[in-house]
Design a protein around this ligand. Structure first.
Ligand code: NAD
Length: 246
């Protein structure tokens, strides 16, 4: 129960890594706030957390819409009076090579994966600073460290998230708020659905562990970073990729 009574907001928590994180946090005793674009997914995730004995609330939130984010944060404060952890997990891909990428593809990914992270962090920062404690965890990617073919927009956003992490760890660290990023390798979730199997097989062959990661293996890392066990971890980018970049 490493997160007992901690109020934890997780974005993009209707499926994939976000859902696994919500369930892990529920098992660790957290009060879980599930946020996602998809109302049915939010409802199902809340019920799954409650089944594990956790207090859970759901909000249909579009992280690109600041009003939507602010309304959610106000409701969480009304319900629970504090915010201990924010996991900025919501993310999308819209892949194309540089010469083929449309402005719409570029803007959509930057809006969710970069601006959305900024919106959510800014919306909780005053509360965490006033508490003198809090944790912000940002979803980057190995693509945010090394780049990737066909992912100009995604790589820019995920590099940007590392820039946010290092900047906010300097700004908020003195106020008792830790900020870290996780850089997953390739994890078995619906986000990989658009990648051809042949490419996935090739990626797997480059991973020393010879397999993709599971959402739960990222959720475990978020749980550690959110907990007091990580009390001296700040401004870090933790790669969780089975060693694929070694
Ligand atoms: P996923 O597609 O399975 O889930 C993403 C969730 O985010 C979905 O439920 C979706 O509805 C939600 N979402 C999308 N846009 C949103 C918005 N505007 N507002 C609120 N919610 C929104 O993705 P995943 O694989 O679980 O990835 C989660 C995070 O981890 C993403 O940031 C992704 O970039 C990152 N990541 C994933 C992998 C991987 O291999 N799966 C690798 C590295 C990083």
């Amino acid at each position: 129960m490493r997160l007992k009574n901690k109020v934890c907001i997780i974005t993009g928590a209707a499926q994939g890594i976000g859902l696994a994180t919500a369930l892990k946090f529920a098992q660790e005793g957290a009060t879980v706030v599930v946020c996602d674009l998809k109302p049915e997914g939010v409802e199902a995730a809340v019920m799954a957390c409650q089944k594990l004995g956790a207090t859970a609330r759901g909000h249909t939130v579009d992280v690109t819409d600041r009003v939507s984010v602010d309304l959610m944060v106000a409701a969480v404060l009304e319900d629970f009076g504090r915010i201990d952890v924010l996991v900025n997990n919501a993310g999308i891909t819209k892949d194309a090579r540089l010469q083929k990428m449309t402005l719409a593809q570029f803007d959509a990914v930057i809006d969710v994966n970069l601006r959305g992270v900024f919106h959510c962090a800014q919306a909780v920062a005053d509360t965490m600073v006033a508490q003198g404690a809090g944790v912000i965890l940002n979803a980057s990617s190995v693509v945010g460290i090394y780049g990737n073919f066909g992912q100009t927009n995604y790589a820019a956003a995920k590099f940007g998230v590392i820039g946010f992490t290092k900047t906010w760890s300097r700004e908020l660290g003195p106020k008792g708020v830790r900020v870290n990023a996780v850089a997953p390798g390739f994890i078995e979730t619906p986000i990989l659905g658009t990648i051809p199997q042949k490419v996935i097989d090739e990626m797997q062959a480059h991973v020393p562990l010879r397999r993709l990661g599971k959402p739960e293996e990222i959720a475990n890392v978020y749980a550690f970073l959110a907990s007091d066990e990580a009390s001296y971890v700040n401004g870090a980018v933790l790669e969780v990729s089975g060693g694929m970049t070694v």
